[in-house]
Write a protein that binds this ligand. Structure first.
Ligand code: SAJ
Length: 419
């Protein structure tokens, strides 16, 4: 049996590698020729622990091959991006393109699984695109429990955490949302090849909503923590101590405030719910707004700290401001969709102070900040008049005592409280 994975990014490539490591023939398809070439050399184009070794073995042993053009296979897994448009409406263009690319090579008995995080109804839309291209094949019809189908279709979301993808792909429980029970069974048989977690049977729409719900839950919890940080600041309470104490309650588990919520999932997926049911999704929308407004609040704190120094007579252009952390979360090198990066860019654009940046996980600053010095954390702490800690990277935590000794620190991540 062969599996074709469409989209060889942060989810598709590890998934393809998992099948290949279990000696399944895998054809990986991606529109990015460079990524395809790198994979075919047994290397990877993304950063993820352990993945390089698995991909190298899979390619060398001949189980994994990448190409830019879809080929026939027994099962197709679609793991392409699903961003949103400016008005927060989900953009399914990549799913549509993927469906249209596999349609010509589909044959009777195939299974098609959508893995991309998607708005409710996306799997049904995908079936319409497939069916339009292949009127000769019978696809499942929403609501009808027909077993007389040629192509089985399911929605099976991934729920792995970047940085732990290989372990979580194997160990996490997995939702199997078939269009019909028979579709679920086919999909489950496919994932059983490498998934050791439970396979939870459901239907496509519920599975789509479950994925969005998981990320919206985390977003709401973080928004609660971020709102507490604003309230605490207003009334002179230490939010880190507050949350630590409250979390000692056996049924309370508040997440941590930060400089905002970034990444490609938590800050995006809740909007898919809001877009579908704007009247009902009031809390989910508010949480998004609270989290999206946090970077500006942190910017204001930095500006206020600079203004306080100016008030003591120091000219603004002589004040050195250090930003510690640019990635979207601790101990990764991913600067995309990062609130810390946006804060640094805003400070760079709106202040005459001298900016220095410390991001231990990158060797080069993005173009928007390239004219500023990229410095080691200890150098930043030793030289800066004002320090903003935006990400709780391990090297910063190791310098917590030096930070505590500094008199102008904006601590967006509770680093001063680490023991
Ligand atoms: N964050 C906080 N406070 C916290 C935890 C996180 O401010 O207490 C921030 C992070 O700094 C980051 C953002 O939230 O900016 C998101 O980071 P994350 O670690 O919460 O999540 P992601 O985006 O890396 O991965 C999430 C995970 N979803 C859940 O935990 C419910 C992962 O399991 C999903 O597979 C992934 O989204 C996805 O692909 O959807």
């Amino acid at each position: 049996k062969s599996v074709s994975v469409i989209g060889l990014g942060y989810i598709g490539l590890p998934t393809a590698a998992m099948f290949a490591s279990r000696k399944v023939e895998v054809i990986g398809v991606d529109i990015n020729q460079e990524a395809v070439d790198i994979i075919n050399q047994g290397r990877i184009h993304i950063v993820e622990p352990d993945l390089d070794i698995i991909v190298h073995a899979a390619v060398t042993e001949g189980y994994l091959r990448a190409t830019t053009k879809a080929e026939p296979a027994d099962a197709f897994l679609i793991a392409v991006p699903t961003p949103f448009k400016d008005n927060h409406e989900p953009d399914l263009a990549y799913v549509k393109a993927a469906a249209e690319s596999i349609a010509p090579v589909l044959s009777k008995g195939n299974t098609v699984i959508l893995e991309s995080t998607s708005p409710v109804g996306a799997t049904e839309a995908m079936i319409e695109w497939l069916a339009a291209a292949r009127p000769d094949l019978r696809f499942p019809v929403p609501g009808a429990n027909c077993d007389e189908i040629d192509i089985h279709v399911a929605y099976c979301p991934e729920r792995v955490l970047p940085g732990r993808v290989v372990t979580e792909l194997i160990e996490n429980d997995r939702i199997i949302g078939g269009m019909t029970p028979a579709c679920s069974q086919r999909a489950a048989d496919i994932y059983r090849v490498f998934v050791q977690g439970q396979l939870l049977f459901s239907n496509a729409r519920t599975a789509e909503m479950a994925k969005l719900t998981e990320n919206a839950f985390r977003d709401v919890n973080i928004a609660f923590a971020n709102e507490l940080s604003l309230i605490s600041d207003k009334i002179g309470i230490d939010v880190w101590e507050l949350i630590r104490l409250a979390n000692h309650h056996p049924r309370v588990n508040i997440l941590q405030p930060g400089c905002g919520v970034g990444g490609h999932c938590i800050a995006v997926d809740p909007w898919f719910i809001v877009d579908k049911t704007p009247e009902q999704a009031r809390l989910i929308r508010s949480a998004r707004e609270v989290n999206d407004s946090k970077p500006e609040w942190v910017c204001e704190r930095i500006r206020a700290e600079v203004a306080a120094l100016v008030a003591t007579g120091k000219p603004e252009q002589e004040i050195k401001v250090a930003v510690l952390g640019l990635a979207f979360k601790p101990d990764i090198d991913d600067l995309r969709e990062s609130p810390a990066l946006h804060i640094a860019e805003k400070i760079a654009a709106g202040s005459r102070a001298q900016l220095m940046l410390s991001e231990p996980n990158v060797e080069q600053l993005p173009a928007s900040l390239a004219k500023f010095p990229l410095v080691a954390p200890s150098e930043a702490i030793a030289n800066a008049d004002v320090i903003a800690v935006l990400v709780k990277h391990r090297p910063f935590v190791e310098l917590a005592q030096q930070l505590r000794d500094h008199s102008h620190v904006i601590d967006a991540v509770g680093i001063l409280h680490t023991r």
